[in-house]
Design a protein around this ligand. Structure first.
Ligand SMILES: [Zn+2]
Length: 282
């Protein structure tokens, strides 16, 4: 069986509460060896930690999504930031910018992004970055790149904290090739989801061909962004194989060879401070 990872899977969403154990059984049967469960607000961060306790092969991240930027007050942020040091937490986020739906005002999104980036630098855990512009636009991507540069990503402080590891991950990649090359130049990793199959995302194929193997990730963003063949009603981690096969094809590789590369890139990007057993405690 091809080993696979899901670098971004919201098993902490309400829609998985009733049958998360069955979902994880199907994921295991499909070859998944790593799943990262990202938080987006206080409650989902706590749930991600609970899941990592119940299933030691899962990893968690804590942070605030751009959609929730205006809803998370300073006290809530402080409680999330405290969790940054938790050994179950392997990354900070998801955070980022969403100039498509703009569920939070852009000024709040920027403030939120900056404090999530600061927490990533402080903890030495990579930031998980959501970045979406409206159709045919790239303003969010350009703004994110500017913010990364202002934060000093690629510079000495980040190099001291991260060494050769990626300081951040572009999750569910969306955007033009030159933006991808710019974030790769800053040392970031790139993760592909079912979004890559949608109209308007055609550049993703070129990007997938050019990401260095040690910074190449795949994800489902479950329960969202179902790739072709997956149920639109609720995506699940087992469907990451569809996106992984697409990435392999874009790179002129075979999935059988790419699986090990993906697991190695995951472990390099999200090293565990406390190696937990790889088996599932059930
Ligand atoms: Zn997400």
């Amino acid at each position: 069986m091809v080993p696979l990872v899901d670098s971004h899977c919201h098993l902490n969403a309400d829609r998985f509460d009733a049958d998360v154990d069955d979902v994880l059984d199907r994921a295991r049967a499909a070859g998944l060896e790593r799943i990262l469960v990202p938080g987006w607000n206080v409650r989902s961060c706590e749930r991600a930690l609970e899941l990592a306790d119940a299933h030691p092969w899962l990893d968690a991240s804590v942070g605030v999504h751009p959609h929730d930027a205006a809803k998370v007050d300073d006290a809530s942020w402080a409680s999330i930031a405290l969790r940054g040091a938790d050994p179950r937490v392997v990354a900070i986020g998801e955070t980022g910018l969403d100039y498509d739906r703009v569920f939070s005002p852009i000024a709040d999104q920027l403030t939120n992004l900056r404090r999530n980036l600061a927490l990533a630098l402080e903890t030495g855990k990579p930031a998980i970055l959501h970045c979406r512009s409206a159709a045919d636009q790239r303003d969010a991507q350009d703004a994110l790149l500017a913010e990364l540069r202002v934060a000093g990503v690629g510079g000495g402080a980040w190099a001291a904290a991260f060494g050769e590891r990626p300081p951040a991950v572009i999750h569910s990649f969306s955007g033009p090739l030159d933006y991808a090359l710019a974030v790769l130049d800053l040392g970031l990793a790139i993760s592909f989801s079912g979004l890559a199959f949608r109209r308007g995302e055609e550049a993703s194929r070129d990007v997938a061909a050019r990401v260095p193997p040690e910074r190449l990730l795949v994800e489902t963003d479950s329960p969202f962004l179902a790739p072709p063949g997956a149920p639109r009603s609720r995506n699940e981690p087992e469907w990451v194989r569809v996106t992984a096969a697409w990435v392999a094809e874009a790179r002129g590789e075979v999935l059988e060879g790419l699986g090990g590369t993906l697991v190695a890139a995951y472990d390099r990007t999200f090293p565990r401070s406390r190696r937990r057993e790889s088996g599932d405690s059930g």
